[in-house]
Design a binder for this molecule. Structure first.
Ligand code: GTP
Ligand code: MG
Length: 195
């Protein structure tokens, strides 16, 4: 499935703007700057497909990318960006909630956790939101190239412990580095296997 053409479809700011629910889709959620856009770029092999930047809160829309005719990859607005205006944050949260709980063709929500930081309070909020939705969610640890083995193991253990409180979470955690390519094939295979 990753052989087909990859295209940016559209950026969506409200539920009525979503493209027709006519194919399997997966989304990428996570704190601002955790590496969502970079991961989509790595998965699609297109360096600037999803905009990645150093400026937190850059992706403010739900961005749809198509993989051939069979899949949508969905880049969600980052949460937990403290400096964003309150009204903006509330608008994102409302949209995120509507999307996660109301999109019928959404087959898996990947929740990205920075390997350097583990699960934070804002991540817990999204995990709790996902507990209440019908979507299977799976944790993807990002930026594993930035930590040494000891830090990685410690934060992985902390993340596992946090996930144990969310029984709806998919048990397998995927460790990735968009920079070095670790875990990218594994994640592609997971996405390709969803029906
Ligand atoms: P928002 O759209 O603001 O929510 O951020 P995002 O989650 O899309 O993060 P983005 O992909 O823009 O990445 C943020 C920063 O982290 C960028 O400077 C990336 O280059 C860097 N980054 C992302 N993934 C990796 C990685 O695997 N390794 C390293 N070393 N840096 C990474
Ligand atoms: Mg982004």
């Amino acid at each position: 499935m990753f052989c087909g053409p990859v295209d940016f479809v559209k950026g969506v700011v409200a539920m009525p703007g979503l493209p027709p629910a006519d194919r399997v889709e997966v989304c990428f959620a996570g704190r601002s700057n955790v590496g969502k856009s970079s991961l989509i770029n790595a998965l699609t092999g297109r360096k600037n497909m999803a905009r990645a930047s150093n400026t937190p809160g850059r992706t403010q829309e739900i961005n749809y990318f198509s993989l051939g005719e069979s899949r949508y990859l969905v880049d969600l607005p980052g949460y937990g960006y403290a400096e964003a205006p309150v009204a903006t944050v509330q608008k994102w949260q409302a949209l995120l909630k509507q999307y996660l709980q109301g999109r019928q063709t959404l087959r898996r929500a990947f929740v990205l956790i920075d390997t350097r930081h583990g699960v934070k309070k804002v991540d817990e909020e999204i995990l709790t939101l996902l507990d209440k939705s019908a979507v299977t969610f799976q944790v993807v640890m990002t930026k594993m190239d930035k930590v040494n083995k000891a830090e990685r193991e410690a934060n992985l253990a902390q993340t596992r412990a946090a996930l144990a409180r969310h029984p709806a979470a998919y048990p397998e955690i995927v460790m990735t580095s968009s920079e070095k390519g670790d875990g990218i094939e594994t994640l592609r295979a997971i996405i390709a296997g969803l029906e």
